[in-house]
Design a protein around this ligand. Structure first.
Ligand code: PLP
Length: 453
């Protein structure tokens, strides 16, 4: 193993050097990928030298998401202390289902859950778990809501009468999860948003009343804290009022924006979270841990057991339910996604997490100031948000984003809202600086001038 770790280090160093020299990898057309890298699996083993050459080539041809040229998605950059935690978790290779095989790592996860519950204002005795991403923590929220309103679904299947509410700007995982859960995609009500992408509570109220009048059963409302395209925060308090009035489970999908809980300046955006029945947040988005680290917490600890526990005498043999986290997990074997978040949190403290979050907002403000001052740009975004949405001159956002990628210049994507499509530049890499933002616009403009005159 030690010689393989030396190999790992050599490849990691080659990658870090390559990232400096060429922040965007050369584009390989998808149709040609098997011609560009030797991926064939053969009968005979490889020599060490061939293995090293082959794996190094593969690594160096893979898109680079941690450089100052990557603004494509709601993750990016590397928090080194989190990377160390992730690498150690791989080396340890524990599974998080029992205390017997997880040991102190179980307590690491519990510590994170407890601190997040405290931070959003949940009462003592609240609990949670980690799943493989925000889609899955949303799924867990929906399953608990379903089982809370109708426990018979678990044994008899769905009546087809349960209704889920989320905004038209919410994440697509809600539709998939409605299908997975047996609630059904047709039983989602997409609630209108206001001009800034936030769920309109008046429309929600109308929809709930109509459904109740039609003999249907509202099951859960999913509020989004940080929508995927604009980064909008649904108003949780008025939504919670409606949920309390009608006894509907409220899940807050704070996969993207939940990390504002560390910032006194921005935590007002998730005000009311303490009233939600469940709340999910991705540390791999704004906090910059490696993918994935998605946490769900709930005030109804018993629902975690109701929805996710199953006896298995071959697995749960020691230490009681509290520390055997498989009893509240979506899956059986589960990787240790807690350690990378804990190593980061331990190293930088709450103040460090706050700085990470606030820096992203300040980079976005800086970028918006630039586009607002510059007549060739049209701003389609909202503030505060770490998504900076704009168009440049009359250039098609789809075309320029795709061309920049194929030319190996910049990784940036586009999004749509209210009938407009625009470039979505996300300042989520907290290791970037204002100079990196300047450089982005310089490259973007130079590329536009050179290619679309
Ligand atoms: C609002 C929101 N919820 C959920 C998700 C899904 O998270 P994941 O990619 O971890 O499944 C995303 C991803 O971008 C998101 O923006």
């Amino acid at each position: 193993m030690k010689s393989d770790l030396r190999l790992f280090n050599a490849i990691a160093e080659a990658l870090l050097d390559a990232e400096q020299q060429q922040p965007v990898t050369s584009y390989i057309p998808a149709t040609e990928i098997y011609d560009h890298v030797d991926l064939k699996l053969k009968d005979e083993p490889m020599s060490e030298a061939d293995f090293e050459a082959s794996i190094t080539e593969l690594i160096l041809k893979t898109p680079r998401t941690s450089t100052d040229h990557f603004f494509n998605q709601l993750f990016g950059g590397r928090q080194p202390k989190a990377v160390v935690g992730e690498l150690l978790a791989v080396l340890l290779n524990n599974s998080m289902y029992t205390y017997k095989v997880g040991g102190p790592m179980i307590a690491v996860e519990k510590t994170i859950i407890k601190e997040i519950c405290k931070r959003i204002g949940y009462p003592e005795g609240s609990d949670g778990t980690i799943a493989t991403g925000g889609s899955m923590t949303n799924f867990m929220g929906m399953l608990m809501a379903r089982d809370h309103v109708d426990p018979s679904v678990k044994t008899k299947g769905s009546s087809g009468k349960l209704i889920v509410y989320c905004s038209e700007a919410s994440h697509y995982s809600n539709a998939k999860n409605a299908a997975f859960s047996g609630i059904g995609r047709d039983n989602i009500r997409y609630i209108k948003t206001d001009g800034e992408g936030r769920l309109a509570p008046s429309d929600l109220e109308k929809q709930i009343s109509n459904d109740i009048a039609a003999g249907l059963t509202p099951c859960c409302v999913i509020a989004t804290s940080g929508t995927t395209v604009l980064g909008a925060f649904d108003p949780i308090n008025p939504i919670a009022d409606l949920c309390e009035q009608h006894k509907i489970w409220l899940h807050v999908d704070a996969a993207f924006g939940g990390s504002t809980m560390w910032s006194d300046t921005y935590k007002h955006l998730i005000a009311g979270s303490e009233r939600a029945d469940s709340f999910s947040v991705n540390a791999h988005k704004m906090l910059g841990t490696p993918i994935t680290c998605s946490i769900i917490v709930t005030k109804h600890r018993e629902m975690l057991y109701e929805s996710f526990s199953n006896d298995a005498s071959y697995l749960y043999q020691t230490d009681g339910d509290d520390l055997n986290l498989g009893k509240i997990s979506l899956q059986c074997g589960r990787r240790n996604d807690a350690l990378k978040f804990w190593t980061l949190w331990k190293a930088v403290g709450n103040n460090g997490l706050k700085n990470i979050v606030e820096h992203q907002f300040s980079l976005a403000d800086y970028a918006r100031e630039y586009i607002d001052k510059h007549p060739d740009y049209t701003n389609y975004g909202i503030a505060p948000s770490v998504c900076v949405c704009f168009n440049y001159k009359n250039i098609s956002p789809e075309k320029i984003c795709n061309d920049l990628y194929m030319a190996g210049e910049l990784m940036v994507g586009y999004g749509s809202f209210g009938g407009d499509t625009f470039v979505r530049f996300v300042t989520i890499n907290a290791r970037n600086t204002k100079e990196d933002v300047d450089q982005f616009f310089k490259r973007f403009e130079a590329f536009a001038e050179a290619n679309y005159r």
